[in-house]
Design a protein around this ligand. Structure first.
Ligand SMILES: [Zn+2]
Length: 497
């Protein structure tokens, strides 16, 4: 047996100013190819890790031409897309595969196309009309017809934070292997409803996604080989942004359609519960200060700077929440993180223990939202200098190498501020430990994150206070100009009053 395995992942925030060249695709300088990709992902809790395990179990010969994944940002540069898709298609064109296993995100927009994954699959099918294809997608996929019609089986994450990336790819891969053996004949039904669930309301530990995902899982006992409810990625002004579902059955199209319709109907009925409401920042910080400090054994109080989540396309360099924390005099705080390679270089040049005044953040203009993000001047000691690399502790992406780039910690005496050179969301505890910060000893943690922080810290945090800051992940849809998404769509045009 010969299997083609590849990864191409990007969640595109069309409002983000952060560029997406080829160099962004990879934990390090660009994508990984061939043996280097196999080495990086074998044995990890990732989608590729699952595909590699399955291939090994089957004694299959593996061809892994490219593993390319980038943190969310603006539309992918055409040259980067053509490079990645071209390498996958070149491998397909050589032929001789029994199956193709793809680890994709499902919300990739390029400078030229709205549906990067559908375009890739269309190209693959044009070269090879028959080899079965399995695709694992992120829960934040925005589905297009070509993403389904050009695949044999599709499965998506059921958890947010995404702690089931491995399980999802394994599910897709097992169904594909069964189809290759002639044991099942997958048919798929997909559809969407006109709603943009807010990312802050999409957590799978919270109502309503908790109940929806439980129903998805239960469908396997009713004949679904794989059922997926995609909450979608709303910070994308593209035709098909929003919630969708796909159900795979063994040859029973009517069943697939019935289960799909049930999922879409249930989600639509819960649309109001997917709307997020935000309080003013001053109010949030006052609430945070009023919470009793953590007692021994209790974890920190999390201050969520969620308007600037880099894993949703944020610049990670806005300073509104950090400035308010400093102004309000909150003590024993760690802040993760401000993306500012230039400030990192200055701190490294100053050296460990040096007292410095640094202007941090506010370097990247954000034309898609009102207001101006300004640099913040902080004074403190250089506490840590690090290469910024660590392997994830898990449960999210266990064992996968994460690269923050050269990184430093500036200690103001009250706040330890992490400065990093590559965009990394604080979803793993090791992002703190790698920088010499013990998050369990802090009263407050400021995190530029929305839901993924829960993977590492959700079960230890004493409390969480969501803080409205500044950034392209703004919770105020009114700040964003949607011109391409299909209309009408809830909640932009269809208020549920
Ligand atoms: Zn996601």
């Amino acid at each position: 047996m010969r299997l083609l395995i590849a990864m191409m992942k990007h969640e595109t925030n069309t409002f983000s100013p952060v560029p997406t060249p080829l160099q962004r695709f990879g934990h390090g300088p660009g994508p990984l190819y061939g043996e280097a990709a196999v080495h990086a992902y074998r044995g990890t809790g990732s989608g590729l890790g699952a595909y590699l395990d399955l291939a090994e179990r089957e004694g299959a010969e593996i061809v892994l031409p490219i593993a390319a994944g980038a943190s969310p940002s603006r539309p992918v540069e055409d040259a980067a897309y053509e490079h990645i898709a071209g390498i996958i298609c070149d491998a397909v064109a050589k032929g001789g595969f029994d199956g193709i296993l793809l680890d994709l995100h499902g919300a990739m927009v390029t400078e030229s196309v709205e549906d990067g994954e559908g375009e890739l699959l269309r190209r693959i099918r044009a070269l090879d009309p028959t080899t079965p294809i399995a695709v694992a997608y992120d829960m934040h996929a925005n589905l297009y017809p070509a993403m389904i019609e050009n695949a044999t089986v599709v499965a998506g994450y059921r958890t947010y934070p995404h702690i089931d990336t491995y399980d999802t790819a394994r599910r897709a891969g097992e169904i594909l292997l069964a189809a290759m053996r002639g044991q099942v004949r997958p048919v798929m039904a997909w559809g969407n409803v006109p709603m943009l669930p807010h990312v802050m309301r999409q957590g799978s530990d919270d109502h309503p996604n908790r109940e929806l995902q439980a129903r998805v899982a239960a469908m396997s006992a009713e004949g679904a080989l794989a059922a997926t409810l995609f909450t979608g990625f709303p910070h994308a002004d593209i035709t098909n942004a929003g919630l969708s579902a796909v159900v795979v059955t063994d040859g029973d199209r009517a069943l697939a359609e019935r289960l799909r319709d049930e999922l879409l109907d249930r989600a639509w009925a819960e649309r109001e519960a997917f709307v997020y409401r935000q309080e003013p920042l001053e109010q949030s910080l006052a609430r945070a200060k009023a919470i009793d400090p953590p007692q021994p054994g209790e974890g920190p109080i999390v201050l969520l700077d969620h308007y600037d989540n880099c894993a949703s396309g944020g610049t990670m360099d806005t300073t509104a929440v950090l400035a308010a924390i400093l102004r309000e005099g909150l003590d024993n705080v760690a802040a993760f993180a401000i993306y500012d390679p230039a400030a990192v270089s200055q701190a490294i040049a100053a050296g460990i223990g040096a007292e410095i005044a640094l202007a941090i953040g506010g370097r990247m203009a954000m034309p898609a939202i009102p207001g101006e993000s300004r640099p913040l001047t902080v004074t403190g000691t250089v506490k840590t200098i690090s290469n910024g690399r660590f392997r994830n502790k898990g449960p999210m992406g266990r064992g996968v190498l994460t690269d923050m780039g050269p990184s430093v910690v500036i200690d103001t005496g009250m706040v330890e501020i992490a400065l990093i050179s590559r965009h990394v969301e604080p979803s793993d505890l090791n992002c703190f430990y790698a920088l010499g910060i013990d998050p369990m000893q802090k009263r407050f943690l400021m995190l530029k994150s929305r839901i993924h922080w829960r993977a590492g810290l959700g079960n230890v945090a004493k409390a969480v206070v969501e803080c409205a800051g500044m950034g392209v992940c703004t919770s105020d849809y009114g700040q964003l100009s949607f011109t391409k998404v299909r209309r009408p769509i809830f909640p932009l045009d269809l208020p549920n009053r």
